[in-house]
Design a protein around this ligand. Structure first.
Ligand code: ZN
Length: 40
């Protein structure tokens, strides 16, 4: 099983079928800021 995790808020965005355990990092729709931007 694979999961896509938001790199900003660490929420699980999506699960997908995979033979091995895979974790991918992305940014979910609610997180528009990236780590390069220091908003807070
Ligand atoms: Zn997020």
């Amino acid at each position: 099983m694979g999961v896509i995790i938001c790199q900003t808020c660490e929420k699980t965005i999506e699960h997908f079928d995979e033979e091995k355990v895979t974790t991918l990092y992305a940014t979910c729709n609610t997180c528009t800021c990236s780590k390069d931007h220091k908003e807070k």
